[in-house]
Design a binder for this molecule. Structure first.
Ligand code: SF4
Length: 376
């Protein structure tokens, strides 16, 4: 799996209140293909060497781009993921067409031999904004063991160097699980020696191939998130979490403990993520056109072959429910942080079959008063 990179160079309109996430997502993830030369051990996409025969063809792919453009202003950012997007023969035509429609585009290629300096320069020439790379260990032995792909670490470090050479902003995605947690400080040290725009820590949801790995306990997760917050204060790159939105609760707690006022909090990178969750601010389109709230929440609400993406995002029952944290059940439904956090809807679904259930990862016991005034 290649995981996703958030938009970077264009202005982020969240703080200005431009986004209404119940109408427009900030990010559309498109799994262009399942084809990938790597087949990593915890791949979300369950990647294979060949594309699925029912993958969206070229014309359908252009149609998807037109559907994304129908969201209008503010236009979502498109992240091309997979599998390996470089496996699509029409990749550059797709990028060019998307950009001609006013869609900004990032990409998360697999770290393979195909990700050469020349290929990166080409991606940059076609207007790709940023690149996402996965790094799950600080050494070849650790990374390659987690991924199950020999040589993957060296290819990733080479890709980091190529990206710096062509001036690509890079988001590095790192898995957080029992297998990687001890190594995270060393990964941080490694990233400090490279040009990295953002570090995204993905807290494992043990589904599909991910079942071969062990999630951290809620207690260990709390400790890690407090460490992540402290690192973020001194880090040369931004740090975020993926599928661990309760990091926002912890960050807010730390900011308040440090005496920060609301206006200062509004200016922080972590505030930009407040209110965004699976199906609310993000939407995922599979290689066969299915519309999911997120890549880790494979609950189809329609298919772009029969439905309009914007209509499904705004009106399908599952999306309407995900836009409404008051409808969440259990702890997350009662929690005073449900507007800015709301829990991982993907993990709730993975563990209970109910995308509105409580996120079993969170150790917090809700209080009763609103946590923070916001419009999510
Ligand atoms: S209980 Fe749910 S909404 Fe509250 S902080 Fe935890 S994950 Fe977030």
């Amino acid at each position: 799996m290649t995981s996703a990179v958030a938009p970077t160079t264009h202005a982020h309109p969240h703080a200005a209140g431009k986004y209404d996430y119940s109408r427009n997502p900030m990010i559309v993830y498109w799994e262009m293909t399942q084809a990938c030369p790597l087949a990593c051990r915890h791949c979300r996409a369950e990647a294979m060497t060949q594309a699925h025969p029912c993958e969206l063809n070229h014309e359908e792919s252009l149609g998807l781009l037109r559907q994304i453009a129908e969201f209008g202003d503010p236009m979502p950012h498109l992240i091309l993921t997979g599998g390996d997007p470089l496996k699509r023969a029409d990749l550059f035509d797709i990028i060019d067409y998307g950009r001609s429609l006013g869609i900004s585009v990032s990409i998360t290629p697999a770290a393979s031999q195909e990700l050469t300096l020349r290929k990166m320069a080409e991606l940059k020439e076609h207007g790709i904004e940023a690149l996402g790379l996965s790094l799950d260990g600080s050494t070849a032995a650790r990374h390659d063991a987690v991924r199950g792909v020999p040589g993957c670490f060296d290819a990733t470090v080479a890709a980091l160097r190529h990206a710096a050479t062509v001036g690509f902003p890079v988001q590095v995605n790192t898995l957080v699980s029992e297998e990687t947690a001890d190594d995270l400080p060393a990964v941080y040290d490694l990233l400090e020696r490279h040009q990295v725009m953002r570090w995204s820590l993905f807290f494992l949801i043990a589904v599909g191939r991910g079942k071969s790995l062990l999630p951290v306990t809620p207690k260990r997760g709390e400790d890690l998130m407090r460490w992540i917050y402290q690192q973020s204060l001194k880090s040369p790159f931004a740090i975020k979490t993926t599928e661990a939105p309760s990091y926002r609760r912890i960050a807010l707690d730390e900011m308040r403990a440090a005496g920060m006022h609301a206006a200062e909090i509004h200016r922080t990178p972590v505030y930009r993520g407040f209110g965004i969750r699976d199906g609310h601010g993000v939407v995922f389109v599979s290689n066969q056109g299915d519309i999911y709230p997120a890549g880790f929440l494979p609950l189809s609400a329609g298919n772009i072959r029969q439905n309009r993406l914007a209509y499904v995002y705004r009106n399908a029952p599952v999306f309407r429910a995900l836009h409404t944290p008051d409808r969440f059940r259990g702890k997350c439904g009662q929690c005073e942080y449900r507007g800015l956090c709301g829990g991982s809807r993907a993990r709730a679904y993975a563990y209970t079959g109910d995308p509105l259930a409580s996120d079993p990862f969170c150790a917090y016991v809700p209080a009763v008063t609103p946590a923070f005034p916001m419009h999510a």
